[in-house]
Design a protein. Structure first.
Length: 433
């Protein structure tokens, strides 16, 4: 009922997304304004300390691995009443600085012990290396510390002396003062070096942006603002302003609230801006600007609506500099041969206007709940001269599996495509051999 779909339609992916979206605990009056690791990270950044990671991101958060596990219906049903009570107990034990009790609570999660030990060993190796470089202050979850396979024991086995430092008194975070140093912003360019903007830190590319679009992001953990840089080329006869307005219409789809599209001038250039809010109460401010055949989209996302008009937000949007005007690639015409793509082993071939590339985003869209039974391949080509998107998708059963209902496979693929914002299907033609 909470997912808003029939029980038989709940896939492993939808269930996993639900658990991630509902992982936060209810807000309490004595909560810190930000998570403890973010609080400590902010202090380190403000004092211009070297900040690095003990783990890789995928060690803590790996959607691909989560998606491989079986759908845990029991966990889904008991999630709220069990998780909240467990974490409330964990906070009390943490405040009491009782590592023995932390170990006992962790041991009850038998399914996660093997993964915890693997991470502990990796942490111990990296702590050993990092301490050889400079005196370092490390932070990690309390569950990693105790036990024979905990980080404390593993460091002692490497020859380190590890002793507890128990605080005599507790200081409210709001009463802890330190000297802040102004952190300089970074100016970054988009992939094609046609424009640049300033962000509080370095930007990173987004792995699977929409077809034909380049996208990068910087997430500021201190202010909890995400800064997005996006751009794409536009072909055809449509004016660039109308393309921006059409793109805004796509962005509005599925949003809880969306304000009017406002026209403005930015350094003499025509621009459009819109505010939005999604179902998770994340607020967005997006601005679109034309640069020849290129559309530039700048966007911020935040849980605090006030940040949409903050000094940081204004600095980001106001920092845009146009560096050059891009040109459209040569269009594929009847006089210019298309490129062949074929697989002689599986006996098929098709032509594209250009050299097709592997498409990870489309691959994810076509994956089913029974993905372990299939070999899936996708290739695509986006023609910026006419905004056409060409896709080849091939699904082949793995050894030991057979296809019992071909129609259901096609129907599932169509359903997944229709679920994507901005996509409508006008015609379906299938060929079997």
């Amino acid at each position: 009922k909470e997912l808003g779909i029939a029980a038989e339609a709940i896939t492993q992916r939808r269930a996993w997304m639900y658990l991630q979206d509902h992982a936060d605990l209810p807000v309490r009056k004595d909560d810190m304004p930000e998570a403890m690791d973010v609080y400590l990270y902010t202090i380190a950044r403000s004092k211009q300390k070297v900040v690095t990671g003990i783990e890789d991101l995928k060690d803590q958060f790996d959607p691909a691995e989560e998606m491989k596990t079986a759908l845990d219906a029991e966990r889904l049903l008991k999630h709220n009443r069990h998780e909240i009570g467990y974490y409330e107990d964990l906070v009390r034990v943490y405040v009491a600085q009782d590592l023995n009790r932390v170990e006992k609570m962790t041991a009850s999660d038998t399914a996660g012990i093997e993964e915890l030990v693997r991470r502990n060993r990796k942490m111990a190796r990296r702590l050993d290396s990092l301490m050889a470089l400079r005196p370092t202050f490390f932070t990690m979850g309390a569950a990693h510390l105790p036990g024979t396979d905990g980080v404390i024991s593993l460091l002692r086995a490497r020859g380190f002396t590890v002793e507890p430092v128990l605080g005599g008194r507790k200081v409210d975070p709001s009463d802890y003062h330190f000297e802040r140093t102004q952190i300089g912003w970074v100016r970054s360019q988009n992939d094609s070096a046609s424009f640049s903007v300033e962000t509080p830190g370095a930007i990173a590319p987004v792995g699977t942006p929409p077809p034909g679009m380049s996208m990068s992001v910087h997430a500021d953990v201190h202010t909890e603002i995400a800064y997005f840089l996006m751009d794409f080329l536009v072909g055809g006869d449509d004016p660039i302003d109308s393309v921006i307005v059409q793109r805004f219409a796509l962005l509005r789809q599925g949003k809880k609230k969306a304000g009017p599209v406002r026209h403005l001038l930015v350094n003499g250039r025509s621009a459009y801006e819109m505010l939005m809010e999604d179902e998770e109460k994340t607020h967005y401010r997006v601005r679109g600007i034309g640069n020849g055949p290129e559309v530039i989209l700048l966007m911020i996302g935040t849980q605090d609506e006030r940040e949409l008009k903050s000094a940081d937000a204004e600095r980001f949007f106001g920092s845009l500099k146009i560096l050059r005007t891009r040109s459209l690639p040569l269009a594929a015409t009847s006089n210019e041969p298309w490129q062949d793509y074929s697989d002689s082993t599986r006996g098929y071939g098709v032509q594209f206007p250009g050299a097709p590339e592997k498409d990870a985003d489309m691959l994810q869209q076509l994956r089913a709940a029974d993905a372990g039974s299939w070999r899936v391949e996708t290739r695509s080509w986006f023609d910026a001269t006419n905004s056409r998107f060409y896709v080849l998708a091939v699904r082949e059963t793995l050894p030991g599996y057979i296809i019992t209902d071909p129609n259901s496979i096609i129907e599932e693929a169509v359903t997944n495509l229709k679920a994507r914002p901005g996509i409508s299907i006008t015609n379906i033609d299938t060929v079997r051999r």
